[in-house]
Design a protein around this ligand. Structure first.
Ligand SMILES: Nc1ncnc2c1ncn2[C@@H]1O[C@H](COP(=O)(O)OP(=O)(O)OP(=O)(O)O)[C@@H](O)[C@H]1O
Length: 308
């Protein structure tokens, strides 16, 4: 697939000497939702700020649809919309004036029909003459998205789109992002909410200490690194795990009434039948059982060493 963004050997040292990016290579595919996941301070905002032309790189190159972000700044920048973390709009402007101004910033000819379409898509059309300060928090966030889309970008960056947003609004934002992708826009979101990446992303990149430590399809990632667990509610409490079962990865909880067996979901063959047989041989009976797959959160914590 043709990458819409190619990042190669990107580094950034801030004037303080702090190395925020330490050699990043990354390709983003057309029309995907890519989630950049990482703990606080990992370099997410620095990376997208460089791609969007807000921060200068120290070294390396970035191409946006083939346009170098430095040599061919205007062309590269015109492809991109950025929805920042912070509200960066004048509170006294109307919604309409705000999006119109944003489009004008890119030197694009007026296209009121396009602006109307995005305001309608974002359920802001009936608020178009309202001042920003009179809008709810959710509407203000939607204005940021409308602003970012005003110049018809092909690529949309969302920096922590749902930070500090309530559950209902999060769902709404996710729905909106999916709808946008259907229109052919490539979406890159940064988040430190793992459930957001799990819910939304086609691919996930994990950044830690300025380095991309992993990029993979979400489903493949969950399969590859995921562990499965089988929990058994025992008929009678077990004082300890019998020595003959020590070759299984087991733990006891709930005063010896719950026995949990963890195994690698990639391992050849299903180990459950032989495990249950071993239990039966020991006369250990259970009244209920559940299986669980480890979440992306478990995987993430194991990757970045819990440094969330
Ligand atoms: N202008 C700057 N000058 C010096 N250091 C900076 C500057 N901007 C960011 N940093 C440092 O670079 C590191 C990466 O910051 P960045 O904002 O890219 O991280 P992040 O992954 O987006 O984190 P968060 O999730 O907290 O937004 C942090 O340690 C931060 O303190």
């Amino acid at each position: 697939m043709h990458p819409v963004i190619s990042v190669a050997g990107l580094t950034k040292a801030y004037p303080s000497g702090f190395q925020a990016l330490a050699g990043v290579d990354l390709s983003i595919n057309q029309s995907e939702i890519f989630a950049l996941l990482g703990p606080n301070g990992a370099g997410k905002t620095t990376l997208i700020s460089i791609i969007c032309g807000i921060v200068n790189p120290s070294d390396g190159s970035v191409k946006v649809n083939g346009h170098d972000i430095i040599k061919d700044y205007r062309a590269a920048r015109s492809q991109i919309g950025l929805v920042p973390q912070e509200l960066a709009v004048s509170m006294f402007e109307t919604v309409w004036a705000t999006v119109k101004f944003s489009r004008g910033l890119y030197g694009k000819p007026a296209n009121d029909a396009w602006l109307e379409k995005i305001l309608r898509d974002l359920s802001l059309w009936d608020k178009k003459d309202n001042k920003i300060m009179a809008l709810s928090g959710g509407m203000k966030r939607r204005v940021l998205i409308a602003k970012a889309l005003a110049h018809e970008p092909k690529i949309l960056f969302l920096d922590e789109p749902t930070a500090g947003v309530d559950v209902e609004l999060r769902q709404e934002m996710w729905q909106m992002i999916r709808e946008l992708r259907k229109t052919g826009v490539t979406i890159i979101l940064t988040t430190h909410y793992i459930d957001e990446a799990e819910e939304m992303a086609d691919r996930i990149g994990v950044i830690s200490k300025g380095k991309i430590i992993l990029v993979d399809e979400k489903d493949a990632l969950m399969k590859k690194l995921g562990k499965k667990q089988l929990s058994l509610q025992l008929q009678e409490a077990l004082p300890e795990i019998p020595a003959v079962l020590s070759h299984y990865s087991l733990s006891l909880s709930n005063d010896g009434l719950t026995l949990t067996f963890s195994f690698d979901s990639q391992q050849e063959g299903n180990p459950i039948p032989s495990f249950l047989k071993s239990l039966a041989e020991q006369g250990i009976e259970f009244k209920d059982l559940q299986t669980q797959q480890s979440s992306l959160e478990d995987i993430f914590v194991s990757l970045v060493g819990g440094a969330k």
